[in-house]
Design a protein. Sequence first.
Length: 152
Amino acid sequence: MGEMTDPTAPMPSIIDVLLVEDDPGDVLMTREAFEEHKLRNNLHVVNDGVEAVSFLRREGEYADAPRPGLILLDLNLPRKDGREVLREIKADEALRAIPVVVLTTSEAEEDVLRSYDLHANAYVTKPVDFERFIQVVQQIDDFFVTVVKLPH
């Protein structure tokens, strides 16, 4: 017996997700997670912290960038690290309402505490196993796009 869907339930809205990640393997896995689970959201990728801030502030080549509804942020980034990016996002009145999920390999307690001190909305350790990684990305998407009410 298939799940009954409520025809009056609103369709989950499509949002733009910004992935800030310098590891090509993790970028690929995240893209595959979005494709495999038919996540209807648009995934945008930047590879370092400087690009992330330019994208969010719509500077230079990112002048036409959409405002993301969710940011997936790695901590260990070239040029400007994730902690610095997080600090800038949360200090900027125009950006601070965007939920930021720190998605990183670090399990260090100090990184967890520091991320929450900088007002990260969630801290998720990247699983190394591909299937598990896909599940995690899907769960983040489900939670922030379907469950949580976000500001428009």
